[in-house]
Design a protein around this ligand. Structure first.
Ligand code: NDP
Length: 213
């Protein structure tokens, strides 16, 4: 299987890359600074176009993993600057949309193309927990994007799902989080393997449980 993954230089993305390679998949893992695989900042349209143009052969799985949590620890009346809203949405929402759009031609060459988007249960309306307004809104928006794209891409045979990776010990999740990146990555890869056909537009936890919208 040919895979392209954004944000592959650290955290869950780095783990998914090494586990997919270990089982024999070919993975193009991007990084902003070019230290791992192709250089890609998902807010850079020119880089996205260049990456899509240089991608050879069918793309079987696109993993939109790159993301930021810029308003961590902010409280109402103290933070949530407008620039943080713009920066977060540029990466977590617009960046995902433009990555998918750029790579659709390569996905269409695959016999069973799929797209996995790292959302978060913090984007679930039913699991509203307060705070982190920018991050939560961005992950809710990308979940909504996934649900709507599932409708439009299904007739083309392209499946797309949104995933919660668990609360994971990475730079973003912090050292007190529940699970390590290897456990999360293994669970996510198993979920991506189930994506396809009528199983599209899903919102699932890394362990396979369904997350309410
Ligand atoms: P990390 O902070 O450890 O890593 C984030 C990755 O995203 C890095 O590779 C980073 O690159 C990349 N990235 C950030 N901005 C951009 C950009 N503009 N263009 C390209 N790449 C970018 O995060 P995690 O591994 O913990 O999280 C991975 C995904 O899972 C994220 O989408 C996150 O929101 C989601 N998630 C994580 C949870 C957790 O508990 N950890 C819980 C729920 C969801 P660089 O090194 O250059 O900054």
């Amino acid at each position: 299987m040919q895979v392209l993954l954004t944000g592959g230089n650290r955290g869950i993305g780095e783990q998914m890359t090494s586990q997919l390679r270990a089982r024999g998949d070919t993975v193009v893992a991007t990084s902003r600074d070019g230290s791992t695989g192709a250089a890609l900042d998902v807010t850079d349209r020119a880089q996205l176009t260049a990456l899509a143009d240089s991608f050879e052969g069918p793309l079987d799985l696109l993993i939109c993993n790159a993301g930021v949590y810029l308003d961590k620890g902010h409280s109402l009346g103290n933070g949530f600057d407008a620039q943080l809203w713009a920066d977060t949405f540029a990466i977590n929402v617009t960046g995902v949309f433009q990555t998918i759009e750029a790579l659709l031609p390569a996905l269409r060459l695959s016999k069973a193309p799929k797209i996995a988007v790292l959302s978060s249960q913090m984007g679930s309306d039913e699991r509203a927990g307060g705070g982190a307004y920018i991050y939560r809104a961005s992950k809710a928006a990308v979940l909504n994007l996934t649900r709507n794209m599932a409708i439009d891409l299904k007739p083309q045979g392209i499946a797309i799902g949104a995933y919660h990776p668990g609360w994971v010990r990475t730079d973003m999740g912090g050292s007190s989080a529940d699970i390590d990146a290897a456990t999360s990555a293994a669970g996510l890869i198993a979920r991506f393997d189930c994506l396809g056909g009528d199983h599209t537009g899903v919102f699932e936890n890394y362990d396979g449980t369904v997350i309410p919208f």
